[in-house]
Design a protein around this ligand. Structure first.
Ligand code: SAH
Length: 354
């Protein structure tokens, strides 16, 4: 492979060995890429010029390019539209919290999962991102904002479990102490419920946070809004979640988007509470974000409060998630596949561009 940003130090050392380069060169280049976030070989001051030339031909760094940056006037959330080396577009979002900066990264260009309420699925699926391309989103954003990003949520476009190997490689690289050295505990991986992959993830016993996009308390409703449920029904999903929480002692985070008249009744809350009873978990309620093409409307505040109350009475902790970046369509489920043809048109439409 010539995707140098996706290589571990060992793989890079081996590849460089093939070019008759000494071991320390790989270490230098690895640190330039993953610690100093070099986006071009010209930045690597301790590498000889001829070698830089060879490397840039053989192993292009392909940083993602910022095509558009939108900054929320409400809360400073930044949404990036990045262009990848092959002309594909993806989006990432940087949010500021009390504890630091969090980036929401995409794992695929488009998505196959077909959730009825989500914009990421509308344009279909194009391809999975490599580990290096997922890293690149963080590196480019961190350099752009000039602040350290300490938390990562794999909650952008795409289904991480449908790009399992690359996502695991990404996680290994971003937590590497010779690179950005992020804490595993500061990473959240979100899935719509691909049960066999959750099982595989469990075998790795990682200390990351598993987030499950649940959105319904039973198969009847879940089948209607999340096609993945027809393959892996809710009992199977919650079964593996229970096991996951028990074996890792990590609290599972359930995402539940509140959709008016669809999944927000008292009865839904009761069913949800009974299914989650006794599990080490937390429920994040999110009034669904509106997506132009979808008919769903968010539940009102009163309904959401009532839902929280019912869950609380059964001992399930639930919080209503604060919405960030709502003026720039940067909230959950609003990231969408963009095509080369229309991205420049959209750029002009948006007055928040900087
Ligand atoms: N495919 C993964 C990662 C995407 S994360 C997953 O499904 O978990 C994006 C999160 O936003 C998921 O929890 C998703 O269900 C949620 N989401 C999608 N559309 C939404 C919308 N319109 N409003 C609120 N949340 C939404």
């Amino acid at each position: 492979m010539n995707d140098i940003k996706s290589m571990t130090l060992e793989e890079m050392t081996e590849a460089f060995g093939g070019l008759n380069l000494p071991k320390f060169r790989a270490k230098q280049v690895y640190e330039w890429i993953h610690k100093h976030l070099a986006s071009d070989y010209s930045e690597m001051t301790n590498i000889p010029a001829t070698l830089k030339e060879t490397l840039s031909e053989k192993y292009p760094l392909n940083p993602c390019k910022i095509v558009r940056r939108q900054v929320s006037k409400l809360d400073g959330t930044v949404k990036y539209l990045f262009e990848m080396f092959d002309g594909d577009y993806i989006e990432s979002v940087v949010m500021k919290y009390k504890y630091g900066y969090t980036i929401c990264v995409s794992s695929q260009v488009g998505c196959k999962m077909g959730c009825a309420f989500c914009a990421s699925t509308l344009g279909g699926f194009k391809r999975s991102l490599s580990a290096g391309e997922i890293l690149s989103q963080i590196y480019t954003a961190q350099k752009d904002i000039g602040e350290r990003i300490s938390h990562i949520v794999l909650m952008g476009m795409g289904e991480p479990m449908d790009n399992f190997e690359n996502v695991l490689r990404f996680i290994a690289l971003v937590t590497d102490e010779k690179g950005l050295n992020l804490s595993m505990r500061n990473i959240s991986l979100s899935t719509c419920g691909v049960v066999p992959k959750i099982r595989e993830l469990l075998e790795r016993k990682l200390q990351l946070t598993l987030s499950i996009s649940l959105h319904a308390p039973n198969n009847e409703i879940r089948n209607k809004i999340m096609p993945v449920n027809r393959r892996y029904p809710i009992e199977e999903l919650l079964g593996i979640c229970r096991k996951y929480a028990e074996e890792t002692s990590r609290r599972i985070s359930f995402e539940y988007s509140m959709i008016s008249g669809v999944n927000d009744s008292d009865d839904c809350a009761r069913q949800l509470a009974s299914k989650l009873k006794g599990m080490l978990c937390h429920v994040n309620l999110i009034p669904i974000n509106e997506v132009k093409e979808s008919p769903f409307k968010p539940s009102d505040t009163e309904r959401i409060e009532r839902f929280v109350e019912i869950l609380g009475k059964s001992g399930i902790t639930a919080t209503v998630r604060r919405k960030l970046g709502s003026d720039i369509d940067a909230s959950c489920g609003q990231l969408r596949l963009k095509h080369k043809q229309n991205s420049s048109g959209e750029e002009n439409e948006n007055e928040n561009c900087s």
